[in-house]
Write a protein that binds this ligand. Structure first.
Ligand code: P5A
Length: 452
C-alpha cells in the first residue's frame, strides 16, 4: 500500500478527551473515530488490525473444532422472555420497537438465540458434542462508556456456545476453550491470565476471566506472582483429549488468581508474602459453564442413548475482539507511539523512501515493495514527498514492528536500513538481505496460521 493513496488521518495534537494511552494512540494514529458515546467508526488502519485479530480468533476456534456461523444483531424480545432474562437484564439492554410494535433488542449476547437454533435443528445425542461460534457486534448500554474501544457500547465479540450431553462433556468443552484462549492471546503477543471470576448475568458456577495486567485496567485482581511465569509456548494439545485439556487447566488455574468479585482474603494470605500481588487488569475474555440454565426453560433437549429426552449441558465463551486492540496497545507502546506485536500488526513492514523523486531510490523502494509482497508480507510504503523526520514520526506512531529505510547515500553502497520499532536498533543490509531478513522474521508468525 502506498501511503500517498491510503487514508491515514493521523492527528498531531493529543486529543484531550482520551484518558488512557491506548485511546489517545488509537485516535492519533487515525484508527478510530467516535460517532457517539461508546460508538466508533473503524478507519482503515484500525479496521485492518481488527480484522487481523478476528482472523487469529477464527483460526484458533476452528483449530479447536468449533464451527462458525452468524446471527443477527437484532433479536426478538420473545426469546429473552422464554429464558426470563428480558426483565432481568436491565438498562444495559437496548430495547427497540419496530413499525408493527414488536419488541426487539440489540443483542448484548446470544445464549437465547443459539439455544433456539439448537432446539430447532438438533434432536439426538449423536449430533453432540457441538460448539458454534460467531464474531458479531454487540450492544450494551454501558452507564459509563469510556477508554475508547475498551469499554464501548457497540463492540465486537467472539461468542461461542457448546452443547453437550453430560456435565462431564461440557466441562471438557470448558477446558478446551481455556486451552484455545491461551493460544489465541499468545498469538497476539499478550499474556492473558485466567482468573476465577463472577458469572454475572450470564449465570453458572464455573467461570474464568482472562486478564491482561495493566495499570489502566478496570478490574482489580489478586494473584500469586508465580502465575506470571507460566507460558503456553505454542504447544500442540489434542483438543479431543479431555485429560490433556484438563491438565492445561490445572496448570494454569491451580495458583491463586482471582478478580475482586471472588477474592478470598484468607486464601490469599496463605501465599508467601513476597508472591502476593494485587494489580489491575483488562478483561479480554471470559468462559462459562452454566449447565441447563437456558436449555431447560427453552426446551433444548436431545434424545439420549437410553431413548429419554434430556436438556443439553451448555456453556458460553467470549473474547472481546474490539477491546483487544486497546489491551494490546496498553501492553505494548512507548512515548513515540504504538508497538504492534508481529502477530497483529496492520502492515508487516513500513518502507520509508528518504528521497522521493530520485530515480534510483524510487526504483529500489519499488523493488523492495514487490519482493516483500511476493513473499506474502504487507508493506506500507511512505512514498510521500515529506521530510524524513515526519515520515519516521508517522511510522513510530502507527507502530509497524519493522521499518526499511532507503536513501541515495546508503544505496551508493548497496545498503538500506532495517530497524526494529521495539528496540530502535538498525542493521545496514543490502536490499536483498533486508527483504530476506524480514521474510525470516515473519516466517514463524505466518506458519502459525491455521487453514481449516
Ligand atoms: C460469553 C459469550 C458473555 O457475554 N456470552 C457470550 C458470554 N461474556 S462477557 O464476559 O460478558 O463478554 C465477553 C467479553 O466481551 C468483552 N466486553 C466488552 N468489550 C468492549 N466493550 C464492552 N462494553 C464490553 N463488555 C464486554 C470483554 O472482553 C468480555 O470478556
Amino acid at each position: 500500500m502506498r501511503l500517498s493513496r491510503y487514508f491515514l488521518p493521523v492527528l498531531k495534537e493529543t486529543p484531550s478527551e482520551a484518558q488512557i494511552v491506548s485511546h489517545r494512540l488509537m485516535l492519533r494514529a487515525g484508527m478510530i473515530k467516535q460517532q457517539a458515546a461508546g460508538i466508533y467508526s473503524w478507519l482503515p488502519l484500525g479496521y485492518k488490525v481488527l480484522r487481523r485479530i478476528e482472523q487469529i480468533v477464527h483460526e484458533e476456534q476452528q483449530r479447536a473444532g468449533h464451527i462458525p456461523l452468524l446471527m443477527p444483531t437484532l433479536q426478538p424480545a420473545d426469546l429473552w422472555r422464554e429464558s426470563g432474562r428480558y426483565d432481568d437484564y436491565g438498562e444495559e439492554m437496548l430495547r427497540i420497537t419496530d413499525r408493527h410494535k414488536r419488541d426487539l433488542l440489540y443483542g448484548p449476547t446470544n445464549e437465547e438465540m443459539i439455544t433456539d437454533i439448537f432446539r430447532s435443528n438438533v434432536n439426538s445425542y449423536k449430533d453432540l458434542p457441538l460448539t458454534l461460534y460467531q464474531i458479531q457486534w454487540k450492544f450494551r448500554d454501558e452507564i459509563r462508556p469510556r477508554f475508547g474501544v475498551m469499554r464501548g457500547r457497540e463492540f465486537l465479540m467472539k461468542d461461542g456456545y457448546n452443547f453437550d450431553l453430560t456435565k462431564e462433556d461440557a466441562l471438557h468443552a470448558y477446558n478446551r476453550h481455556l486451552v484455545s484462549y491461551l493460544r489465541t492471546y499468545e498469538r497476539m503477543g499478550l499474556q492473558a491470565i485466567p482468573m476465577r471470576a463472577d458469572s454475572g448475568p450470564i449465570g453458572g458456577e464455573n467461570t474464568h476471566e482472562f486478564l491482561v495486567l495493566a495499570e489502566t485496567g478496570e478490574s482489580e485482581v489478586f494473584y500469586d506472582s508465580q502465575i506470571t511465569d507460566l507460558t503456553f509456548g505454542g504447544r500442540e494439545i489434542d483438543y479431543d483429549d479431555p485429560t490433556a485439556c484438563a491438565a492445561v487447566l490445572e496448570e494454569f488455574t491451580s495458583r491463586y488468581a482471582r478478580t475482586d468479585e471472588t477474592h478470598d482474603e484468607a486464601l490469599f494470605n496463605d501465599i508467601p508474602e513476597d508472591r502476593r500481588k494485587s494489580a489491575r487488569g483488562i478483561e479480554v475474555g471470559q468462559i462459562f459453564y452454566f449447565g441447563t440454565k437456558y436449555s431447560e426453560p427453552m426446551g433444548a433437549t436431545v434424545v439420549g442413548p437410553d431413548g429419554q429426552r434430556t436438556p443439553v449441558h451448555m456453556g458460553s465463551h467470549g473474547i472481546g475482539v474490539s477491546r483487544l486492540l486497546g489491551a494490546i496497545i496498553e501492553a505494548s507502546h512507548d512515548d513515540k507511539g504504538i508497538i504492534w506485536p508481529e502477530g497483529v500488526t496492520p502492515f508487516h513492514v513500513g518502507l520509508v523512501n528518504l528521497k522521493q523523486g530520485d530515480a534510483s531510490t524510487d526504483s529500489a523502494c519499488a523493488a523492495i515493495e514487490r519482493e516483500l509482497t511476493a513473499n506474502g508480507l504487507e508493506v506500507l510504503y511512505d512514498d510521500r514527498d515529506e521530510r524524513a523526520g515526519a515520515k519516521f514520526a508517522t511510522m513510530d506512531l502507527i507502530g509497524l514492528p519493522w521499518r526499511i529505510t532507503v536513501g541515495p547515500r546508503g544505496l551508493a553502497n548497496n545498503k538500506v536500513e532495517l530497524t526494529s520499532r521495539r528496540s530502535g536498533q538498525s542493521e545496514e543490509l543490502s536490499p536483498q538481505d533486508a527483504v530476506a531478513r524480514a521474510v525470516e522474521i515473519y516466517a514463524p508468525v505466518l506458519a502459525r496460521s491455521f487453514k481449516g
